[in-house]
Design a binder for this molecule. Sequence first.
Ligand SMILES: Nc1ncnc2c1ncn2[C@@H]1O[C@H](COP(=O)(O)OP(=O)(O)O)[C@@H](O)[C@H]1O
Ligand SMILES: [Mg+2]
Length: 603
Amino acid sequence: MSDNDRAGRIRYQHLSQLEPNDEPQVPLLHRIARDIAEHCGHSLFKAHRLAWGWTVTEAVDAFHQMCRREHVKPRGLVARSWMDWEAGARPNWDYQDLLSRLFHTSPVQLGWAADYTPAEPPPSGRTRARPRTSALTGGTRGVLELVRSDVDRAPALLHLPPDTRDFTGWAEQVDEVVRLITAAAASSGTAPPIVSLSGQAGVGKTTLAIHVAHRIGDEFPDGQLYANLRGADTPGQDPAEVLAGFLRELGVAGTDIPEGIDERARMYRAHLAGQRVLVVLDNAADEAQVRPLLPGSPGCAVLVTSRSRMAALAGSAAVPLGLMSPGQAAGLLTAIIGTTRAQAEPDALAEITQLCGHLPLALRIAGARLVSRPAWKIAWFAARLRDESRRLDLLRAGDLEVRASFALSYQSRDETEKLAFRMLGLLGADFPAWNLAALLGTDVDDAEQLLEQLVDAVLVDIAGVDATGLIRYRLHELLRDFAMECLAEAELPDLPQQSLARLADEYTGAVRLASALVHPGAPDNPAKPEDQLLAADVVRGDPWDWFMAERANLIALVTQLHTRWLPCAASATPTATRGVSPRPSTCSRPRLPSSGQIPTPVR
Ligand SMILES: Nc1ncnc2c1ncn2[C@@H]1O[C@H](COP(=O)(O)OP(=O)(O)O)[C@@H](O)[C@H]1O
Ligand SMILES: [Mg+2]
């Protein structure tokens, strides 16, 4: 009987002790290997192969599969080297380590290094989160499965910035992003899931993307790639450069990285093929910057953040981030300054969250300033923040600055958009597109087009649709402070004055028209021919609804005219509004709220 036959017999004797459906466990295979080595005179290394029941070719194949899984490239391992090692040659340290992992043992147990110390275990939490397979599933395939699933190691790519320790809020959005990525990853689709987070500067897109990426890190055992595409800067990162960076992180030597973006993208996709990597593309400018960076493998996933929506990114799911709710904003500020201090002055805390417009960046800065000044009363800081001309100066801490963050969005717009944005600082409440047309002296179509561009740039929000069916827009309070600053810097006072005068004329005319329609026969004194009014059609459609929708804006306009620019126009506008005040005897409509209560025009 040959040694191999004898080894086969030993293996058979052990395995025949198992119940019919039981699979051999690793400890049993180790025992078989020791018996084979002892009774057949084989090297421990060869005894292990025989215990596993592999031919040399199968063993080499299993080894290569494990290496692919582990992203190591053992050069030159062929059946010949394997047989040399079985015959007593000693592999180098790297091979000793890998071959031991194949058999779930150590180089000492394979008869090689007496002074072997295993490599540092990976830090907890960063190990591959596959379940340990306790039983072999039978034959060579079963052992391979176990080898694949049982290797604990740090993923090759760990490029995420750290998570935010006091991450607060966004529970729904976090769950939604996690669901979108993990559901797609578990499906049998052929494209990688792409989720894009959009929202204005400072709303927390980057923070949320990184938080989610850490949370689902275990779903991507091959690691994460992260790049800040600097899309708000001009110019942003060249995707060809980003690809070069990714390729280097994937182990490609600088000299092997091709010149052209298409070749780089091809190489990048080839490297990610068959892998489970999460790619985080932060601060993207537009779809064109993102496209070359998309992996092709369905096991990967992509998380994009950008100020504007990535509407043209085929197959992507959009998760827009609005502002935090008052409760979430208070929770964030409390997490930053500590519960004791927050609970001591709850009203002042609420006022600060409101003055920060519930914007996380502003809250972070306000919180940081309070933390660095333990002696400050929250109420005192709130009182200082109340002054809108100083607010943006106060919202600055370390390298964080609300103004600088807004400036990035503003600077990247063209001159007409910038002028439109500055003018919008003159409006106090939400407004329809014709307000901008009046301020700029353009027609409503042009104003609508500009507003859509500013909405895409997340400098302007859509507030909703008013009772007359018009879309209403608004500026975040801090963005309005910023727009006012830019206006004061960029324009001489007469331009805003002329703009406001045009808007006041439009409103006065529109109010008079509404008044004449509501109270036919009342004395009328049109300031402007009816047909030239920008809002004529809407007013004629339903003068009451129009007035209800515009009431808050009229109050804001009068305040603006009074305090800053044009006292004459200021007195004309409320005089005109008197004509549409309800008179119970002639009017069946419900009463308007008293002047302090501003109706919400948005439905
Ligand atoms: N959910 C949150 N929890 C804690 N801090 C947050 C949160 N969202 C944003 N922040 C803080 O707000 C600031 C701006 O967030 P960031 O993610 O950079 O905004 P964006 O990427 O939208 O411009 C950061 O300093 C961050 O620490
Ligand atoms: Mg960001």
